[in-house]
Design a protein around this ligand. Structure first.
Ligand code: BGC
Length: 456
């Protein structure tokens, strides 16, 4: 799906072209350079229809603002990165400087063969102080969207990907009774300004993660929930903000209720600004499989997906995001002994995508898009293998009639992976964080080639 119901911003095009010229030099991106990476890059679509994905299938890469833009200084996370004894091993800093290098990154993504880009806009840039909206920052995202349009990329835009304005966090974040109205005001403003260039809008990235963490078994040391509880106490003291809370920090039940209400109001605000804009959200899911004994799959699903799948039924689509499977007992069991583990400690299990889309499509009854799937590894041959198996399994589900309309990998770039800093490598493109030089990995050429052919 592509909407072209608004004029491009001509001033941005001039600036973009300039940036792009410089950027192309930075990555050595010249016509034909990608073809050298992949012998199949210009191959015609295969005659073998059994390998093809549905017409108009979306193939994309995802990023999230705070993880790639750099210097997102009015956000809660930037503050948390700088409190003493905080929860992050290293600050995000310049990240991938995508804030300035977006034009080259988008050109590279398109040249690789993808037809869509999923990214997030940063509320803390757009509304750095309560009620004070920045047209300059809205213009920035308009230029990002214009770059996508120039390359004929469908745009999937997340309005909230974990980070939020510091002023909002200081007032209790999603537990603040005023949160839904504050979020809706931002959604309305951003949709009015940018909506005509957005093909798929999402209110929230993985709003169910706070609940999901309660089901996770931690190998050793304090659990993530304990780490978050300590971080919250430390942050409140260091920031002298007794009400401070965040996406992960605070009372889980209140956060969930606040996020559900904020999704509802945010979605209504987006629709009031642009009624035809498809709106949904992105759910974190694992392929839940029963533990050999004492299986609690149904209970887990009701707890972490239930209210969100209900919300999805009133959306235009649902984005699902999967990385591995979980054997569910009273909690998720640790990965089976001897299983190959990723840099995140997850079991290497690409077929999770198949289980997740089958379940989500049945429950949500709206079109499904895989909006994140990928693997953290230093060994790019394992990444290629991961994508090969993931897509083979996805194709099986589609061939069986599951309504899946797109696949977006995580991630375009090696980026700042939250509590893990820069160590895990999810990107199909490596980033030298001193020079900001991009290097396309073989997995980038591999996946781009599948995207271009719309076939395995
Ligand atoms: C998040 C991303 C994250 C990725 C890999 C998802 O939970 O949406 O921001 O980097 O997983 O861990």
């Amino acid at each position: 799906m592509k909407t072209f119901d608004g004029p491009p911003d001509p001033t941005s095009l001039t600036r973009r072209s300039l940036l792009q010229g410089a950027a192309a030099a930075l990555i050595g991106l010249v016509p034909g350079n990608l073809a050298a990476l992949s012998p199949h890059a210009s191959a015609p679509p295969p005659a073998d229809k059994s390998k093809s994905f549905p017409d108009q299938f979306l193939w994309g890469c995802a990023t999230a603002g705070h993880q790639v833009e750099g210097n997102n200084i009015a956000s809660d996370l930037w503050a948390l990165e700088h409190v003493p004894n905080g929860m992050f091993p290293e600050p995000s800093g310049d990240a991938c400087d995508h804030y300035h290098l977006y034009a080259q990154d988008i050109a590279m993504l398109a040249e690789l063969g993808f037809n869509s880009y999923r990214f997030s806009i940063e509320w803390s840039r757009i509304e750095p102080a309560e009620g004070q909206f920045s047209n300059a920052e809205l213009d920035h995202y308009r230029r990002v969207l214009a770059a996508c349009r120039e390359h004929h990329l469908t745009t999937l835009v997340t309005f909230s990907h974990f980070s939020m304005p510091l002023w909002f966090a200081r007032k209790g974040a999603w537990s603040n009774p005023a949160a839904p109205d504050l979020f809706a005001r931002y959604c309305e403003r951003a949709s009015k300004y940018l909506g005509h260039m957005i093909d798929f809008a999402s209110t929230f990235n993985e709003p169910n993660v706070p609940q999901l963490l309660n089901w996770t078994t931690w190998a050793s040391g304090p659990s993530m929930t304990e780490t978050f509880a300590q971080a919250l106490t430390g942050a409140r003291a260091a920031l002298n903000a007794p009400e401070f809370a965040g996406f992960f920090l605070g009372d889980g039940k209140r956060i969930r209720d606040g996020l559900l209400a904020s999704h509802g109001k945010g979605k209504a605000a987006m629709k009031s600004a642009r009624p035809t804009m498809p709106v949904g959200f992105n759910l974190a899911m694992s392929d839940d499989q029963p533990a050999p004994a004492d299986n609690h799959v149904a209970e887990k699903r009701a707890d972490i997906y239930g209210p969100w799948l209900e919300a999805a039924r009133t959306c235009d689509y649902l984005g699902v995001q999967a990385y591995t499977r979980a054997f569910v007992g009273k909690k998720d069991l640790p990965p089976p002994s001897g299983a190959e583990l990723t840099q995140m400690g997850y079991e290497f299990y690409p077929e999770c995508v198949e289980g997740v889309v089958r379940y989500a499509a049945k429950e949500a009854r709206v079109p499904i898009y895989v909006t994140e799937n990928g693997v953290a590894t230093d060994d790019d041959t394992r990444r290629i293998e991961y994508y090969r198996r993931a897509l083979t399994s996805l194709k099986r589900a589609i061939d069986d009639g599951t309504d899946v309309r797109g696949y977006v990998c995580w991630s375009l770039l090696d980026n700042w992976e939250w509590m893990f800093g820069y160590a895990p490598k999810f990107g199909i493109v490596a980033v030298d964080r001193t020079t900001q030089k991009r290097t396309i990995k073989p997995s980038g050429a591999y996946l781009g080639n599948i995207a271009r052919r719309n076939a395995l």
